[in-house]
Design a protein around this ligand. Structure first.
Ligand code: HEM
Length: 501
């Protein structure tokens, strides 16, 4: 019987393969939109698109070369997905600020829609995103974004970090995990009103899971390009583990949210994000299709942790690398801090104005670390004519931040750490082309928190310690791990206690 079936053309596998190839080629041809004047770009092959023209893991340099050939706005295909790349400050500003209404969507891909179940802020868009972003910012401002109460919370956490650094004095160590836990604790305190002990097994396990999640997402553009790979047997791309990890993180937040629901002294003081958001859910319980739900609150917790932990801690880790490699810069920061703050008072945001060199160093650290080299993907929400090209609705748009932060015309010798770029006659100067937080309506929601953290962590560390490269260990690699976030590769430093004035 089965032999008869295989002899029938419709059950002949070879014919199916040929039909599939013809279908893909015809589909590619019919959907080819060059006649609609898409931005130019390298050739796209069936199924794999422009992948052969993009190098293997690190696509920063290949994109720069493509920009030289095709201009500041060009198209590539990641598998079958059309992606428009924006190069240089002007193109990014033009799209995200001047055409913000069209360029502020998010792509409809596996990670953004399936994994997050459409909740949170990072991956949502439209009126739902607007409402949730506005309300989240409103709560966060109430908790002191840009005000002294937030400083207090951060300084409390820094105190624990300092104690840990003290324990490591004189020993070669890799500072990233410690910085990451500390920064995660700041978000934890904002969301749930408490911190966790660095040694607590639950916290260590939780951080391991966050790191694994980032690694899988960072290494696996493949999930978004070919979502079907998740149906392959086994788990070569780590996607099944990724789904499990997301469920695990959700279960942790669920438990923490339910603890907040049961109330307690801090809940009455309404001093954490979750408690205030839960009240809003109650207020809206009779509103039809309200966007304020517990599922959405879970999504927000995931987003704030994901967006706020790795970015800030990776920037601080790069800071330690750049400063260890530039002892003269450390001398100058310490001298400025000693002169103004000394060892009697704690650093505070009001010291910023009087620490121009330290401030210039932070800006240069942000430029050179280029923490999110390809930004977060946007999508156009309707067909748009942009700089003489046609971009169809739904097209993914990537801002090439690397092309801005490493542009030799803006920053001579861009690969060198030179804080003097941000100083003029001893005064700090901001430069509009430094855009680590992106620009436009999607600009980083945590910008003010991140800036406060970078300043307070750096000044606190420089006030008490000096960092040096650990003797006998290789020099830090300046490229970082390719991925969504530019996290430094493992390195070792030695921390020394400073004798202060
Ligand atoms: C140095 C630290 C940080 C850097 C460099 C950074 C950078 C960015 C960038 C480039 C984006 C994408 C913007 C776009 O789509 O164009 C973003 C989005 C976002 N960031 Fe940050 N971020 C940092 C810290 C934080 C912190 C501490 C938080 C936590 C409160 C946070 C929360 C978010 C959220 C929620 C979004 C999504 C905004 C939206 O889609 O509307 N970030 N960030």
């Amino acid at each position: 019987m089965s032999q008869v079936l295989f002899d029938t053309p419709i059950y002949n596998p070879t014919l199916w393969v040929i039909a599939a190839i013809i279908f893909i080629l015809a589909y590619n041809y019919l959907t080819k939109e060059s006649w609609k004047n898409l931005p130019p770009g390298p050739p796209a092959l069936p199924l794999i698109g422009s992948l052969p023209f993009l190098g293997w893991l690190d696509i920063r340099e290949p994109l720069r070369k493509l920009a030289r050939k095709y201009g500041d706005v060009f198209t590539i295909y990641l598998g079958p997905t059309r992606v428009v790349i924006l190069n240089g400050y002007d193109a990014i500003w033009d799209a995200f600020v001047k055409h913000a209404n069209v360029f502020s969507g998010r792509p409809n891909n596996y990670i953004s829609k399936k994994l997050t179940k459409g909740h949170g802020i990072l991956s949502s868009d439209g009126p739902f995103w607007r409402e949730q972003r506005r309300y989240s910012l409103h709560i966060l401002r109430d908790f002191g974004f840009g005000r002294p109460i937030l400083e207090q919370r951060i300084l409390e956490e820094i105190h624990f970090l300092m104690t840990e650094l003290d324990k490591n004095i004189g020993k070669p160590f890799y500072p990233q995990p410690l910085l990451q836990m500390s920064v995660a604790n700041v978000i934890m305190a904002i969301l749930f009103g408490h911190r966790m002990d660095y040694e607590a097994p639950a916290f260590i396990e939780y951080m391991e899971i966050i790191n694994r999640t980032f690694k899988v997402i960072g290494n696996n553009g493949i999930i978004n390009i070919f979502p079907a790979v998740r149906f392959l047997p086994g788990d070569i791309f780590g996607l099944k583990q990724l789904e499990k990890d997301f469920d695990y993180m959700r279960s942790i937040y669920k438990q923490k949210i339910s603890e907040r629901k049961q109330g307690g002294k801090e809940c009455k003081e309404r001093s954490d994000f979750v408690t205030v958001y839960l009240e809003k859910i109650q207020e809206e319980k009779d509103v039809k299709d309200s966007s304020f739900t517990e599922e959405q609150l879970l999504g927000l917790c995931l987003d704030l942790f994901a967006a706020g932990t790795e970015t800030t801690s990776a920037t601080l880790t790069w800071a330690i690398i750049f400063l260890s490699l530039n002892q003269d810069v450390q001398d100058e920061i310490s001298e400025e801090i000693d002169r103004l703050i000394g060892n009697k008072t704690l650093p505070s945001m009001h010291h910023r104005l009087n620490l121009p060199f330290t401030e210039a160093c932070i800006l240069e650290i942000q430029r050179l670390s280029d923490i999110i080299p390809l930004g977060a993907p946007h999508a156009v929400t309707e067909d748009v004519q942009f700089r003489g090209y046609f971009i169809p609705r739904g097209t993914v748009v990537l801002p090439n931040m690397y092309s801005v932060h490493m542009d030799p015309e803006l920053w001579p010798e861009p690969e060198k750490f030179k804080p003097g770029r941000f100083l003029d006659k001893g005064k700090k100067v901001d430069k509009r082309e430094l855009i680590p937080f992106s620009v436009g309506k999607r600009v980083c929601l945590g910008e003010s928190l991140a800036k406060t953290e970078l300043f307070l962590y750096l000044t606190s560390m420089m006030r008490r310690f000096r960092f040096r490269l650990a003797p006998g260990y290789p020099k830090p690699n300046m490229k970082g791990h390719p991925g969504v976030t530019n996290v430094p590769k493992r390195f070792h430093v030695v921390v020394e206690a400073r004798s202060q004035t």
